[in-house]
Design a binder for this molecule. Structure first.
Ligand SMILES: [Zn+2]
Length: 180
């Protein structure tokens, strides 16, 4: 299979039916994160932002992207939330974001996010964050999640197997509802 972005190199990464060569895959993930920061969260140069570092693949990817591409941002990596920052970057992947939402739906609860907290990885899958780390040879630890979250993610994985792309569709739909 050929990479769908450059149309030249062999596709060696294929997550959610998106075949890419390694170089294009890294670029695509990078671009998606930067777009989410800029468009969804209106993060500007010189905003003070902190990254909550839990050593998960997502946190490592964010550290990498913020370090390399967004050198101009005034950001700090901290292990614990410090409320003095304008924006707090939560390393939650698409699966975390969607399962958090579904968890609220299943419990019959409302769902509201703290305005200071931003989720630049909400358009990045777990598998994509892990692959990004593996290609760049960055070490990460397995994410700790409670059983309820894990059960919902398992359910999502099952639906995704029959309907590739459904996770991205759910994320899109949540974003539409957030704007209502
Ligand atoms: Zn390519």
């Amino acid at each position: 299979m050929i990479c769908r972005k450059c149309g030249k190199r062999k596709a060696t990464v294929n997550i959610s039916s998106n075949p890419y060569c390694q170089g294009c895959f890294l670029k695509v993930v990078d671009k998606r994160i930067r777009k989410t920061l800029r468009v969804d969260y209106n993060v500007k140069i010189r905003n003070t932002i902190m990254l909550l570092d839990d050593n998960s693949a997502g946190a490592i990817v964010l550290k990498n992207v913020l370090d390399n591409a967004l050198r101009n941002y005034n950001f700090k990596v901290l292990k614990r939330i410090n409320k003095s920052y304008n924006k707090i970057v939560i390393p939650a992947t698409l699966e975390d974001y969607v399962s958090d939402y579904l968890g609220a739906v299943f419990r019959g609860k409302g769902w509201k996010k703290n305005k200071k907290e931003i989720f630049p990885l909400r358009n990045v899958l777990d598998a994509e964050a892990e692959k990004y780390c593996m290609i760049k040879k960055l070490k990460f630890s397995k994410k700790e999640r409670d059983k309820y979250m894990l059960d919902i993610i398992k359910m999502l994985d099952n639906i995704e197997k029959s309907y590739p792309g459904v996770k991205f569709s759910m994320m899109k739909s949540i974003m539409v509802m957030e704007k209502l």
